[in-house]
Design a protein around this ligand. Structure first.
Ligand code: 2AM
Length: 182
């Protein structure tokens, strides 16, 4: 079962991001209902491994916090793969990520050792990367809107999701939700 752990965004934040996506001149926008902040991508895992992980995550203690989404990014070099809005790596978010990663590793799932760059993906390019004209329009869009900043988003829980891949995009189903404290 293909799964990941993520923070879901409230409707108001997803609506604000959808407004932004509507003005994006290039890329395949992520469906509004799918906008999320990934804490750990688990790939394909046997149900028994996810059960163990679920037990562990059910005991995880971490404080709730407010999330700040600000600043567009993605087009590194000539071949951007995605466009995202960055999340402020505040101490509670970094701590939550570390605790989630530790639980994932305890469940026996290998994770790549890469720096946590919290973000919400807004659009993907797939295999067809933007051509010259699209690059120019994208750079103009980033110059005009790249400094966008959303109102802080309350984060009071996170969730384990199943992802099924379909021709017209992934479908996410929440498997379990874990409350944060305070
Ligand atoms: P990102 O788009 O937030 O960067 C669910 O598929 C989430 O897992 C995606 O939103 C994606 O994060 C993340 N992810 C990380 N590695 C992935 C991979 N190899 N394939 C698909 N999703 C991946």
């Amino acid at each position: 079962m293909r799964a990941f752990i993520a923070i879901a965004l409230p409707d108001s934040a997803r609506a604000a991001l959808a407004d932004l996506q509507a003005r994006l001149p290039v890329g395949r926008p992520v469906a509004e209902e799918n906008l999320h902040l990934t804490l750990a991508f688990l790939d394909d895992q046997p149900p028994a491994v996810l059960e163990d992980l679920h037990d562990d995550l059910s005991g995880l203690r971490a404080p709730g916090f407010d999330l700040t989404l600000a600043g567009l990014g993605g087009p590194g070099g000539a071949a951007p793969a995605l466009i995202w809005i960055a999340a402020d790596p505040s101490p509670p978010l970094v701590q939550l990520h570390a605790r989630v990663e530790a639980a994932v590793r305890r469940a026996g799932i290998a994770l790549p050792r890469q720096r946590f760059r919290p973000h919400v993906t807004l659009a993907r390019f797939g295999r067809r990367r933007p051509g010259g004209g699209e690059q120019v329009r994208l750079q103009a869009f980033l110059a005009a809107e790249g400094a966008v900043r959303l109102d802080p988003v309350p984060v009071r829980d996170f969730a384990l999701w199943q992802s099924s891949l379909h021709r017209d995009g992934p479908v996410y189903e929440e498997l379990a939700r874990y409350p944060l404290q305070g």
